[in-house]
Design a protein around this ligand. Structure first.
Ligand SMILES: Cc1cc2nc3c(=O)[nH]c(=O)nc-3n(C[C@H](O)[C@H](O)[C@H](O)COP(=O)(O)OP(=O)(O)OC[C@H]3O[C@@H](n4cnc5c(N)ncnc54)[C@H](O)[C@@H]3O)c2cc1C
Length: 463
């Protein structure tokens, strides 16, 4: 009998989807094994969850036994000569940089927030602003332990096909319990960061092409309200690791983001101010103001920035997602081959404007393909978009998303389960192709009773 006291309402990060589940917070492989036994005995499914930073429905499961991995957060070994760290999968990106930066190492791939766990990051196989040159997080794993629902614990390396299936499988094949990761050597806790305004789509793509051969990171902001000759305008940032040995200037202890903005306003209440602008006119204004600042005072400038400030801009405003309450928001990110990216993204933005549903934030990144089964990346670009969801706009927003999905599919593009809320099973079948078939073969071997599931798996009929 499962205790009803475990019942908790759990949501995806975008707050548009939530479900009640029986939550377990195990601290060992043995405890995870016993959750699978309880699931078997009670006829329920099991859903895996890290820090809950996936926006959609990949980390929730209605009435399932939900394994929250965050208490398995011990660092087991650290070798500062080789830069190899061995840890439990509940260790977060934040734990990694805080532990290793003192010795001159930074995680090889980081997301726009420092809070994801390694298990969750590998579940989705996350990328960073260096995806085009460093690949995804999975490419930096030396080995990892995976507990399958059958009770079998396996150590996998990149020599195993199963390694490429588990990483990216959105928690549907087995529980990653331990990870050995190769960290990246850095000479400094700071980066050289170049900011340059782009007047339109042509300039945006020209900047990525100009810097892709030597920049260590690239990312660009896109104003989704701009039209006509100004469509696609925004601000590009390229960043380079420093070569000289000045790590001492910015070690782990002084990378923290300040608690006050402009030395006066507490960051913790900023989301309330942001909420005032969280509507079409407000966001049109903020995007225009940002464009003005980017093309004047902030333009064509190289500056010094700490690794943390450059990497985790979104953590700057705690609870920023609350500005989207009560309906929440969806993040929508599609990946399109480089030959078609400009035309597809321009058309996606035009469609949003026709629907009067412009994304409040647009982020452009450069990517490279990888061999993980549910890979999202291509040799091309992605555009990530944030859409506010309300009772009133929901049906229209999903209709718009389906049109944008069709454009992506027609142009050989791909999608990302960490950011998805709108795909249909036939869309997933189409872009995943043979990988989905191969995944299902592994699923029947390593999870023959189909215990591992989620709302994402149900929606897309993945298993
Ligand atoms: C502000 C913000 C910025 C972001 N920026 C980026 C970015 O730049 N690049 C990017 O790629 N993503 C980005 N993301 C998405 C985020 O990095 C991913 O969704 C990541 O998977 C979240 O990790 P998590 O620990 O929160 O996992 P969760 O969201 O809780 O889970 C993710 C998936 O992994 C599975 N899972 C969890 N634990 C395990 C385990 N131990 N073993 C196997 N499977 C497991 C879950 O079932 C789920 O399917 C961002 C998210 C936010 C909120």
């Amino acid at each position: 009998m499962i205790s009803p006291q475990r019942i908790t309402r759990v949501a995806g990060y975008g707050m548009t989807q939530a479900a009640d589940a029986y939550v377990y917070r195990p601290t060992s492989v043995e405890e995870i094994r016993s959750v699978f036994e309880e699931a078997r005995a009670s006829g329920r499914k099991v859903t895996l969850r890290g820090a809950g930073r996936s926006y959609g429905d990949g980390n929730i499961g209605a009435e399932s036994l939900l394994i929250d991995i965050t208490r398995m957060n011990r660092i087991l070994a650290w070798d500062s000569a080789s830069g190899i760290i061995d840890c439990e999968s509940g260790v977060t990106i934040e734990n990694l940089w805080r532990y290793c930066l003192e010795d001159g190492y930074w995680p090889p791939v980081v997301t726009g927030t420092m809070y994801p766990t390694l298990g969750g990051a590998l579940g989705m196989n996350v990328h960073g602003k260096n995806n085009y040159c460093q690949g995804t997080i999975g490419e930096h794993v030396v080995d990892m332990d995976v507990l399958f629902p059958t009770g079998e614990l396996k150590t996998l390396t990149n020599e195993d096909d199963l390694f490429y299936a588990v990483i990216s499988s959105a928690g549907l094949l087995g529980v990653i319990t331990r990870v050995k990761l190769k960290m990246h050597r850095v000479a400094s806790g700071n980066l050289d960061v170049w900011a340059e305004a782009a007047k339109n789509w042509d300039e945006q793509f020209a900047l990525f092409e100009k810097y892709e051969h030597d920049a260590d990171y690239m990312v660009s902001w896109v104003d989704c309200f701009s039209k006509g000759a100004k469509a696609g305008r925004g601000q590009f940032h390229g960043a380079w690791y420093k070569q000289r040995e000045d790590l001492g200037s910015r070690v782990a202890s002084n990378q923290d983001l300040p608690a006050l903005i402009l030395g006066i306003f507490p960051k913790s209440v900023l989301w309330r101010e942001l909420k005032l602008f969280c509507n079409r006119p407000g966001m049109r204004l903020l995007n225009a103001a940002k464009q003005f600042a980017s093309s004047t005072i902030g333009n064509n400038k190289m500056h010094d920035q700490s690794l943390v400030a450059f990497s985790f801009l979104l953590d700057y405003v705690p609870d920023w997602r609350r500005a989207y309450e009560p309906g929440g928001f969806i993040q929508y990110q599609t990946f399109v081959p480089k030959e078609h990216a400009k035309a597809v993204f321009a058309q996606q933005i035009r469609l949003q404007q026709e629907y009067n549903l412009e994304s409040f934030l647009g982020v452009l990144k450069r990517h490279r393909p990888d061999r993980f089964f549910f890979s999202h990346a291509v040799d091309g670009y992605s555009l990530a978009l944030d859409f506010k969801v309300t009772e009133k706009n929901k049906a229209k927003l999903w209709e718009l998303a389906h049109k944008m999905n069709d454009l992506t599919l027609k142009n050989g593009g791909r999608f990302y389960f960490a950011k998805d809320s709108t795909l249909r099973p036939e869309d997933a079948e189409q872009y995943l192709g043979d990988a989905l078939h191969k995944f299902r073969v592994f699923k029947s071997e390593y999870d023959p009773e189909g215990l591992l599931s989620s709302e994402l798996a149900r929606r897309l009929k993945l298993s």
